[in-house]
Design a protein around this ligand. Sequence first.
Ligand code: SAM
Length: 470
Amino acid sequence: MQKNDEREGTVISVGMNGEGVLKDDGKVVFVSFSLPGEKIRYKVLKVDGNIAYGKVLEVCTPAEDRVRPKCPVFGKCGGCQLQHVKYPDQLKIKQEKVKTCFSKIAFSELKINPCVKSKNEYRYRNKLQLPVSVDAFGNTITGFYADNSHRIVPIEDCPINAPWTADAIKAFKEYFKIAGVCGYDEKTGRGDIREITVKDVKGSLIFTVVSVKDELKNADILIDILKKHFTCEFSLFFNVNKSTGNVIYGEKFKLLYGSKTFSSDMLGVKYAAGVKSFMQVNDYVCAKLYGTVCDLACADENTVVIDAYSGAGLMTAMLAVRAKKAVGIEIEPEAVRLANELALNNGLSQKISNYLGKCEEIMSDIIKKEVLDGDKTVLVLDPPRKGCDLKVIDAVIKSGIEKIIYVSCKPSTLARDVGLITGTLQWGENGVKKAENPILRYRVDSVTPFDMFPQTKHVETVVSLTKNKV
Ligand SMILES: C[S@@+](CC[C@H](N)C(=O)[O-])C[C@H]1O[C@@H](n2cnc3c(N)ncnc32)[C@H](O)[C@@H]1O
């Protein structure tokens, strides 16, 4: 097999990124947008030892679970990987993905609950993130990045994003044209705008324009255009980001119009969301997930819940309602400020303490300080995609906490961290490895995937662990 060969094969399984997997010429071949059972004709894009990557040229016998994608740029844009799969089969793929991660990474054969489905298969996202740049002719374009690249695929709308997406794109295009503002070109360093983000907080919108320049040209024109397109409440922020990395926002946000935050509520808790505070992207699935975490925590008036990586404190407050006390730990100052306000506005200030800092630096001492003898303790971990720092895992193990609930948006780092906590994995000089004859510190009671991100390969998972009596 060589690069650019055109070959035929039958897909046998689904890989970690939702791609079809087949065996051909002694190699395992990954072919995006193909499905198990399908006979395909494909072109070889890359051969790397026993592994190869291909591109579908023709689906000769389509699988029963294949459907027509809704998006005209599906396959070109890197956002969605599964629009060609019937929704119930997407859920099965995600359940299987979580199972495979635990098996291959943590050496744990676990029963995985069925994936909790989203109410909306499309139009579910409450957060739009649009890079802005220029095309080969110097025209300003906005869209999404092609897979693994910084090449923008221009779009007019996006079917997994909120119904206002097409209007937002139209409004910004109008502004670029009238105000003479250009997209930023990474290669030449010319231009102004590099990103537009929009957050939907229960129907109110927070627009942010990210630029490499210190001022937003003709901001008043943009405000007027947004007023024309949107009758809902909205605010407009300006952010300067001159860095060369992949981080979306720079340090400072300037409010140009409207309120700093907007209010919403979930499962009886009122909250305010701001420009920087983390929000799950699918409100319906988020409520299901938080409800599940609260049920699994089984907190009562004798329980202290430590909510590590607590964001703007919404889940902390839900946990506090049933517990003696809840303690949030979060790195982002604005999120901690909002979490304190949230506690106050819900009459929970006496039951919630929010700490600002890195979990790896302060969690261990907080557990010692906040948990008194006789208190039952539950730990909730909800880290970003990279998972927990080893110092956090170490602190968890040393604390001997009875019950842990781990919420994760990346099954591979989840499996690694759960393997380290339970003891199927250990770390040494060369990184994480399989533990020989482990005595398991924790047992896994349940693993439940949640489909926070339909049409994509991504999945959110909640794992409940209980300390084994040794
Ligand atoms: C996946 S979000 C979870 C937020 C919250 N639990 C929720 O559901 O809204 C992860 C959060 O961890 C915070 N974070 C990232 N690294 C951190 C660290 N080292 N220590 C504490 N918080 C951190 C982020 O700012 C973010 O708010």
